[in-house]
Design a protein. Sequence first.
Length: 502
Amino acid sequence: MKKLIVLAGMAFAASTAMAQSADSYIVKTKGAKKTEAKTVNTMSDTEEVTGTDFVSQNFRYYSLCDWKDGMKFMVIPEKYDLIVNTFHDAGTGKEVASGKLRHKIMIYNNHSIGANGRERMNFTCQDDNKKYYFELPNGSFDDYCFSRLGVPTLAYLGDVDIAREKLKGHTLLTRATDYRVDVDYDSDNYEDVKVEKNMEVKVVDIGVGTRSFPVKIIVADKKGNEFYQNVALSKTNCGMRDDEFDVDNAKFLFYGSFDLVTGEIKVSSNYAQYMGKTIYTKYATSMTTKGGGKDNRVVKVPKLMEFRIDGMAPVRNTNYVTLTLTETETGRTYSKDVTFTNENVTGDIDGQKEDYFGYLFGFGEGRMRSTSAATRTMIREGRVGVGMTEEEVEMAIGEPDSKAELPDGRYQWIYKRTKSWLVIEFNKSGKVVGYKTPRRDATSSAASISKQKVEEEREAPFAGAYNANSRAAATRAAETRASSARTAGARSSYSTSGSTGR
């Protein structure tokens, strides 16, 4: 009797240990409703992750043909798997609901042929020690194992174990802007969050994600905010082809969301010469703001805007470098991916000039400093005001659709808008003296519009400021021009949302 009690106790302890082992793979970001079990960090913070390609050196892809006895997987059913069951109970031969096996660890036990002549892949459930099998849908094992189909529901835990050993406690760089946070512990619900690109984060935990993206990497920024990404590493049994990891799925590859902070990521001697330099945009271009959260957005930056280069991070496996740029006047921070290699690209008549550093930027302060602070603000907001030069107008709203000469050396630049014209008048010195926004109709033309009088506003600089970004504002200006012009010094109420540039 005593022996039976001891054996029962040992069995209970073993089952408890196995249950804890399964639970340890379920990790959640801070704020989920239930406290998750933590695993022991097997790597010190000071150890260095090395290698020119961390993924290929540490995570081997195993086709079904290469699976070995003892390989561990976790059952992670998706919606389809809750309708079509994956496993049979080896004792009864009956199908087992995938939901019942959710988060169970399956250990591979080779393949065999069943009594019905169909080939099957055999598993032992670590949690209850019961035997299960997956019956191949058709053909022989040799035929099936070379496909990418694999065994539904199973997320490969070998990748999770290696990632824990190699990455936990280490610092990574974010390479994407879209990540996730857990909503609660007992479900797979999550919320999307926006994160700053090229930000240093620390790996705080690693667990199981999904079958396709089995490694869940939870990281924290310097403020302690946690977020995660599920990524594919070896792609063992992920059920996806390599060509499916593009566009939206690219971020679910390790290098699509993270990179290592190692010597190869730090600025090399080739780029060190650029650090801290003052540069200016020679052309309008798109950049990403770096404010954290919802403030991260793509904006159009006008030409002759001045920046300081505060960071340079090579983008792995490309000839691109991510610049961190601080606007010298406002202190706002932006990022921009550029290449220092000017190559032609098939189908692009301009090659890579839109991304080529030498095309986009010049060294020094540029000519922006010759303008007043008020003018620079209006240029960045895409507005035009009295007193601006041709160059400043072009920087703010682009080149005109046509030009017209007037008596006494005056001239006009004419822009087509959706429902109106924009006519900007310059004096013979090349300075803006006023503008008009008459309606466009079937009978109006640039030539006829140019003959209409433009009221001067010399006494109220920028009183008639025009915002090129707001088409609705242009229409309202045309309707209210007569009354607003009678109010000396009155400012128009155009929107000041982001600049359009050229």
